[in-house]
Write a protein that binds this ligand. Structure first.
Ligand SMILES: [Mn+2]
Length: 330
């Protein structure tokens, strides 16, 4: 089977900018997930293979469960000048980058979020893709790069985590073809699948326990919280939710789930998940966030208690209005 590589203007520009650059810095969104890490590493290792000096910049560090990746040792918390090319991957807007590159103009933006703000000089945004890693896998030959086994491994991790093991509604036959391309580059799919989807480390499962013990449901909306105290109690490293919100999304009775994740300095990360018939990204955008129709988030500068009260009320209202409107008047 052949996958067409249409050389678009955007991809030609990316090709040229990569060719001209000596030192390239790549970053992604805050609290990087599998797609963010897989995309940074997958693209970076391919660039390194082409003789580029690459800086892999993820200030929040890497969750334990991704530490096994080959090349992970290249990832640092900050960058050093000079840098010829700044690339942001899997990042819908500059706010989500956490200001990793300061005031510098981003040269290349590669992303699949519908809410992407096209903040860079060159924007490759394909919102039908299941993962940013899928976009990179598709276009890497057009950029004059080749996949190594290690870069393919990272990219497959990105595809598997964002598509939740090929199960999200944006998984297409193309997603499976890109996975096949990555397998042909030497990746062991069942092994990566177990690491990406099935396995959880002990601290993560303990953190789930903290979150699940507080789980509530009302009117089709399920919610819980993860606090700094929960992290301390379970010795969980990292500021993310250990994917608990994706597990909550499997609750049959929940049309929408919400996870309130307490961050440092009175910040709260809100994550929404919804059943396929509800586009929750609209609501996330109202709170200054964004994402995908069934998986969205927002970063709100207020205490977890106040954010929970306000966002929960708005989400319940949103669901009520949504179902009123979708009732057929005939
Ligand atoms: Mn992604």
């Amino acid at each position: 089977m052949k996958i067409q590589h249409l050389v678009t203007n955007t991809n030609q520009q990316i090709h040229d900018r990569i060719k001209q650059a000596e030192t390239i810095a790549i970053a992604a969104h805050m609290r990087p997930d599998g797609d963010a890490i897989g995309s940074v590493l997958g693209l970076g290792l391919a660039l390194q293979e082409a003789g580029k000096k690459v800086q892999y910049v993820l200030p929040d560090g890497i969750p334990n469960r991704f530490q096994y990746l080959s090349g992970i040792e290249h990832i640092t918390k900050s960058y050093v000048l000079p840098v010829d090319l700044f690339i942001l991957v899997d990042c819908a807007d500059l706010g989500r980058s956490g200001g990793v590159f300061g005031e510098r103009q981003i040269d290349i933006n590669i992303d699949h979020h519908k809410t992407n703000t096209h903040f860079a000089s060159i924007n490759l945004v394909e919102d039908k893709s299941a993962a940013t890693a899928e976009i990179i896998t598709n276009h890497i030959p057009e950029w004059g790069l080749t996949l190594t086994k290690a870069s393919a491994e990272a990219l497959l991790l990105g595809i598997l985590t964002d598509s939740q093991g090929f199960s999200t509604s944006n998984t297409t036959s193309a997603t499976l073809r890109y996975a096949a391309v990555l397998m042909d580059a030497g990746v062991n799919l069942p092994a990566i699948y177990a690491k990406a989807i099935t396995e959880k480390d002990f601290q993560s499962v303990r953190l789930w326990g903290q979150g699940l013990s507080k789980l509530k449901i009302e009117g089709g909306v399920a919610w819980t919280t993860i606090t700094q105290a929960d992290r301390k109690e379970t010795n969980y490293q990292g500021n993310d939710d250990a994917d608990l919100v994706n597990f909550m999304a499997t609750i049959t009775e929940a049309k929408v789930c919400l996870l309130f994740n307490e961050q440092q300095n009175s910040q709260t990360k809100v994550s929404w998940r919804s059943k396929p018939e509800i586009d929750i990204s609209v609501l996330a955008a109202e709170f200054g966030g964004g994402g995908h129709p069934s998986a969205a988030g927002a970063e709100i500068r207020d205490t977890i208690n106040r954010v929970q009260k306000m966002v929960l009320a708005e989400t319940k209202k949103f669901i009520e209005v949504y179902f009123e409107q979708s009732i057929d008047p005939s």
